[in-house]
Structures are given as C-alpha cells and as structure tokens.
Write a protein that binds this ligand. Structure first.
Ligand code: FE2
Length: 493
C-alpha cells in the first residue's frame, strides 16, 4: 500500500482477472458477525453504521446478467462501536428477487440488457420493470430506503436489514412512480437537515418532481416541499446537486429510441444514444424556501460531455458553480460485449470538471480540476451546497488514462493538491464515504471508509483511512465477497 503519488505515464499495473473476480453471486447472508482489524485499529470514536448497496446476484441457471447494474440489490452493513465492528448483509426481498429465487432462473428483463431466457420473442412487448433496489441505501426516519431510480423505494429495517416492502413514503408517491437513487442531504440551509430528491417522468417533454423531506428529529420522513416542473426534451437524469437556493440538473444530450427495447432486442438503457457534438442543458429549479422560491426554472446550455454524477454545487455571487464527473461520451456495454471483458482503454474515462453558470448572462465556463480518472466523489457532509475545500473520490492508480478504480484520492479543490491511498495492484476500490469525527473543528477531520475488492483473497476488505492525510488506520478482512458495488451512506450512532 502506498501514500505517495505514482509517476506520470505509468503503465497499467492491474490484472483484469483480479478485477473480474469480483463479479460473482453472494451466497451467504450474515447477521452481526464480529470482524476485527487485520492491520491497524478501528478508531474508538467511529460510532455508527456504514450501509452499502450494489448487485449481489449476477447469474442464474448459467445465464449471466448483461451488465452488473442488472444484478439484484444486496445491502451490506458494518456497525462500528467502541473500536469494534459487526458485519451483516441481506438481499433486498424485491418481488423479482423472490420469484427468481424460487424459479432458479431469470424471469424478468433487465434495464441494462439482460434478457429473459427464450430469445427476442420471449422478450418482445414485455415492458414490465424489475425493481431491483440495487443503487443506493439511505436512512430516512426509522427505515432504510433501498433505492432504484425508475420505481418506488424498498423500506428495510435498519438493524436486521429485513425488507419491510415497497414504500410510497406515507402516500407521497404513486405506485411505481420514479424516485431517484441520488438524494442529497441538505445539512440545514433552511433550519433543519433535509433530504432533497427528485423523480423524473421522461418523454418528449420531461417532468421533474422535486421533493424535500425532513431528515432529522421526530418528523423525519415528512414531506415539506413538493413541486413539478416540465422541460422540453427527453431527460436522462441519474443525479443532481443542491445549493441553498437551487436544485441543479444536467440534462445530457441523449436520445431514447425505444423500438429495440419494445421488440425485445435490447434493454431500455441500451436504447439511450448520445448525440455527438450536441449540447446538454442545465436545468435550475428554485428551491421553495430559497431566495427564488416560486420563480420559474432557469435553463442554460451545458458544455459537451456526459455526466452520471456530480460532486457538489454552490453559489458564488450571481453564479452557480457545479463540479461534475464528465465523460466524453455515454459509456455503455454493447449488445454483443461481455462486461467482464470490457477494454478500459476503449471506453471514455470520467474526469472532474467545474462549470460556472453565470445566471445574469447565461454564460457557462468550464475548467478541469484533475486529469486522473475518477468516480464516486463527495465533499464533507456539512459542505453539501456550499463551497468545499476538500473532496474524496475513487480514482485510477495511473495519473492519466482509463483503468479500473484502484485508489482513493483526497483532492484539495483550491490548491489542486492530491493525496492518495492505493489498493493496487490487486485491490479495487468502491465509492468512498467520508465520516466526520464527532465535534471536529476542521472540515477534513474524520475518516474515509471504503469497501475494497481484494483480488488476492477474492473477498472484500473494509479500509479505514484518516480523511485529512489519507493514512491507513485499519483494514478489516471481511468474511464476505461483495461484488463491485454502487452507492452507500453513513448513519452516525
Ligand atoms: Fe449513481
């Protein structure tokens, strides 16, 4: 394990077989199994739960999913208390998971191209969505929400991880209504902490429903702001960002041709196609309790590129600044490709870029913040919606070029200074979660938690770093093999 930056233009140092070995079925469900640090020590002040979501079932009856995003959601929980840790994991008991467990084979089409057995004829005109609850997991009130953006959340018990079932959030949602997997947690810009999130109804005109929920106290989970806004054009919106006054969306320049999906030839997400050279648009919706509440949304032309995830946004005088991970094109797995054999050199890398949206002139200027391939970035929770000095993200080991994510980086957004912790050559990182130290004075004081796929062990490690220095604090070799995952969150005790 290294801390120093690697030299420029280094060759890729990973073994694809190590990376691909993480794609497997999870065959066990653990309940509160004690785990100890195999190196270092768990900080005694670290008190709370790390929840992670991601695909846990990737194959049935010899048939592999076409894309790991089609894998059934499995929640991993690590509870930290007094220098100890306990591990639990549970599949989300979705309707699709239950039925397929019983049948022993896939019964549903996957959005990312996994067909039902039986060829196109068996798939044509079957437009039911399998809500696989695999994208994110957050705590809201007395429940965990396992999120999947095209449909309702699943509610889970935060301790046992047992699935309570689909939830409409006390009647806020209509059955099957889209509910984003990317809520943003407002630390208290309008008094108390809020979960701000959205749902999209996409079509030739797309409607965004913007919702704000109380996120703390006895009213946690109560809907406190709710509005709908229509925009021209098809909207593929995976993520967004918030400031005290705005909800900021980037509508990618993407078209959707549903015909191959309807005919059973492709998954719905495979029918998204970027328009090279075309510009997307920023859509800024005023938050109800902000200075522009009630005013119509603003639209500004975006630079070229495709964005899944944003880091953060904030306001600077008459401008909104947003940091995003930008790809030159929409990365997808073609119908005849095997996702385990993807050629990283041939797909675009994600790069962190900052766009400054001048609301007076409508002008947008963009600068690159780092040349290193990155994904899954976050600022300290207290800086969401405000300018932040620090960010943490998963990055490639090499300074340039596209590779799997093998290192974690702390980036100083003012000076550009980078601090790295690397799991290379045999480790592969996931989304880092920064946990502030209770009562910390400095914004970067705390820890970074990360699930790392250990290719040497063919199992997962939980790595704890000191957030300020990226020095390793502890490594917990888990008795569990967790496939490359998606998003997760920290809930303080
Ligand atoms: Fe995401």
């Amino acid at each position: 394990m290294t801390v120093a930056p690697v030299p420029a233009a280094a060759p890729s140092a990973y073994d694809r077989a190590d990376w691909a070995s993480a794609f497997r079925n999870v065959s066990q469900e653990l309940s509160d199994v004690p785990v100890v640090a195999s190196r270092g020590a768990i900080p005694t002040e670290l008190s709370g739960s790390l929840y992670r979501n991601g695909p846990g079932r990737l194959e049935r009856a010899g048939q592999w999913v076409h894309h790991p995003f089609d894998g059934d959601g499995m929640i991993t929980a690590l509870r930290f208390e007094a220098g100890g840790a306990r591990l639990s994991n549970r599949f989300v008991r979705t309707e699709g998971w239950r039925a397929e467990e019983q049948a022993g084979r896939f019964l549903h089409r996957g959005v990312f191209g996994t067909p039902k057995p039986g060829g196109p004829l068996a798939n044509a005109f079957d437009l039911r969505l399998k809500n696989i609850a695999n994208t994110h997991v957050v705590r809201l009130g007395d429940q965990l929400l396992a999120l999947w953006e095209a449909s309702s959340p699943h509610a889970l018990d935060p301790v046992s991880l047992e699935t309570r079932g689909l939830t409409l959030l006390d009647g806020v949602l209509a059955p099957g209504e889209a509910f984003s997997a990317h809520p943003r947690f407002d630390p208290g810009h309008h008094g108390s902490p809020r979960m701000v999130t959205f749902g999209v109804k996409a079509g030739p005109r797309s409607t965004i429903r913007l919702m704000e929920f109380e996120a703390a106290g006895p009213d946690a989970g109560r809907l406190i702001a709710d509005s709908r806004h229509a925009f021209p054009g098809f909207a593929f919106l995976h993520d967004f960002a918030i400031t005290p006054n705005w909800a900021v969306f980037l509508r990618n320049a993407i078209d959707f041709n549903p015909l191959p999906y309807v005919l059973g030839l492709k998954g719905a997400a495979q029918c998204l196609k970027s328009r090279p050279g075309a510009r997307g648009e920023y859509w800024l919706i005023p938050r109800r309790d902000g200075a522009f509440g009630g005013q119509p949304p603003r639209r500004l032309e975006a630079p070229e590129g495709f964005v899944f995830h944003h880091l953060n946004a904030w306001e600077d005088g008459g401008a909104v600044v947003i940091d995003s991970i930008v790809y030159a094109d929409f990365p997808s797995v073609g119908p005849d490709q095997d996702f385990r054999e993807v050629d990283f050199e041939r797909i675009p890398e994600g790069l962190l870029e900052r766009s400054r949206l001048d609301l007076a002139t409508g002008r947008v200027t963009t600068t690159r913040l780092s040349e290193r391939t990155c994904e899954f970035a976050m600022v300290p929770p207290a800086r969401v919606g405000l300018e932040s000095r620090h960010a943490w993200m998963a990055v490639a080991e090499r300074e340039r070029g596209n590779d799997p994510l093998q290192a974690l980086m702390k980036l100083d957004l003012v000076s550009g200074e980078q601090r790295l912790w690397s799991a290379a050559p045999r480790g592969f990182v996931s989304e880092p979660v920064m946990v502030p130290r209770p009562g910390a004075a400095a914004e970067d004081d705390g820890w970074v938690l990360d699930l790392v796929w250990n290719g040497a062990r063919c199992a997962s490690d939980l790595v704890i770093l000191e957030a300020a220095t990226m020095r390793e604090q502890a490594v917990l070799e888990l008795p569990l093999a967790i496939p490359h995952g998606l998003h997760g969150s920290w809930v303080a005790a």
